[in-house]
Design a protein around this ligand. Structure first.
Ligand code: FES
Length: 165
């Protein structure tokens, strides 16, 4: 198995490309499949895709940075989606966003340096009556207040065995 510089399995990248065909028109589909596999787009995979499709790296980069759905940053072990849909907005989700950003010392759209947490604003998570709502993987937490949001972070840190402040 060939491994690229940052532990990316190049053979898997190749299999994904082979599945889609090495037509430059397949670029977006290949990127989606790569992101499904790694939950982000590793840079070495991007240059390999450019080589395999015979297109300039700049073209791959332009597509990756154009679509918000693509991310170049690995998600945290605990990926927190914060619903910013209308019902949660009306019920004060802005305060929850501030609390989580302050506590984790990152802005939404980013991952903590230790790789434990990432924050993302999401559209309606389908639990409007429980707003404000966040989802951590498959777990939903509703009727959030600032203190309840911070308790959730503390609980997740305990699960991870991360030193509490
Ligand atoms: S608006 Fe937040 S769950 Fe629907």
């Amino acid at each position: 198995m060939a491994i690229l510089a940052n532990e990316i399995d190049i053979d898997l990248v190749d299999r994904i490309i082979d599945r889609s065909g090495s037509d430059p028109e397949a670029l977006i589909g290949i990127l989606q499949d790569i992101q499904t596999e790694w939950h982000y787009l590793p840079l070495p995979a991007l240059s390999h895709i450019a080589d395999r499709l015979g297109i300039p790296y700049n073209r791959v980069w332009a597509v990756v940075t154009f679509y918000e759905a693509f991310t170049l940053e690995p998600l945290g072990k605990y990926h927190i989606q914060i619903c910013t849909g209308t019902a949660c907005h009306v019920r004060g989700v802005a305060e929850i966003v501030r609390a989580l950003e302050d506590e984790l010392m990152i802005e939404t759209g980013h991952t903590t340096p230790d790789g434990e947490f990432s924050l993302e604003c999401a559209h309606c998570l389908g639990a409007c009556s429980m707003g404000p709502v966040i989802a951590v993987g498959d777990e939903f937490f509703g009727h959030l207040t600032r203190s309840k949001a911070l308790e959730i972070i503390e609980e997740l840190r305990k699960r991870s065995g991360v030193d509490l402040k």
